[in-house]
Design a protein around this ligand. Structure first.
Ligand code: ADP
Ligand code: MG
Length: 256
């Protein structure tokens, strides 16, 4: 495999596992020798904190990068345990939404910045906020593909159509590279019949766009962020960690 791959982890719903997917895929890829940058595009800064970087202590964040007052090389931090770099975010980023509107190339700011830092990485993973906002649009314009984490619940498919339509529009108007790389089933509990049924529906609808790897519901993944570590590093033997490392392998294999 060669060349930089830039992926958004997106789903307009909150609490579906975007951040958990971003930091654990990053740590999993790092573990198998890939050079990874995580871009936190959510003002909540969960990917930043979950990588062990204190969002309150940052001098420069993705906000400064979007407004072009800092480069990624200047603003990035090293995740102390994760084995990857982080372009952090905090509440300040919520203001970028308003400030960007009046600027030129407002959707392409992140793309430009990421490409400038591209030689340092094999993968850039962008953790999107739970909205289809100008921030998410910056993520989608920068990316080659979108990874969509989903819980196998009754309304999962319904919510997906808005995201799929947005991706189609961005593809048509702003970024012809953009594609859905795949749907990742997360927080999966095989004992729940409904989840199995929705999982089957997903496969029937989306075929090989559904990743083979399934991420189980696993409390160690939920505990890890409070230790400032991805679950993959915090408890490598846990089921959740093992699944994310498997997912990292699947990604690399898929990209050939
Ligand atoms: P999002 O970024 O989409 O809002 P998060 O990744 O923050 O979602 O996940 C929402 C909550 O669910 C968090 O508390 C997280 O720790 C927990 N969580 C995510 N994935 C799992 C999992 N596979 N097993 C158990 N808890 C999980
Ligand atoms: Mg999140």
């Amino acid at each position: 495999m060669s060349g930089l791959r830039i992926f958004c982890v997106a789903n307009q719903k909150g609490g579906v596992g975007k951040t958990t997917t971003t930091v654990n895929l990053a740590a999993g890829l790092a573990l198998i020798g890939q050079r990874v940058l995580v871009v936190d595009l959510d003002p909540q800064g969960n990917a930043t904190m979950g990588s062990g970087v204190d969002k309150r202590a940052l001098e420069n964040t993705v906000y400064d990068v979007l407004l072009e007052s800092a480069t990624i090389a200047e603003a990035r931090q090293r995740s102390p345990k994760g084995g990857y770099d982080v372009l952090g975010a905090n509440r300040e980023l919520a203001g970028a939404e308003i400030e960007l509107v009046k600027l030129e190339r407002r959707e392409k700011r992140l793309r430009q910045a990421v490409l400038a830092a591209g030689a340092d990485y094999d993968f850039v993973l962008i953790d999107c906020p739970p909205s289809l906002s100008l921030l998410t649009l910056n993520g989608l314009c920068a990316a080659h593909g979108v990874i969509v984490p989903m819980q196998c619940e009754y309304f999962a498919l319904e919510g997906l159509s808005d995201l799929v339509n947005t991706i189609k529009q961005v593809h048509a108007n702003l970024n012809q590279d953009l594609a859905i790389i795949g749907l990742l089933r997360v927080m999966f509990d095989p004992r729940i019949t409904l989840q199995q049924q929705v999982s089957e529906q997903l496969k029937a609808h989306f075929g090989d766009k559904v990743f083979e790897t399934v991420i189980p519901r696993n409390v160690r993944l939920a505990e890890a962020p409070s230790y400032g570590q991805p679950g993959v590093v915090f408890d490598p033997a846990s089921k959740g960690a093992v699944a994310f490392v498997e997912f990292a392998h699947e990604m690399v294999k898929r990209l050939g």
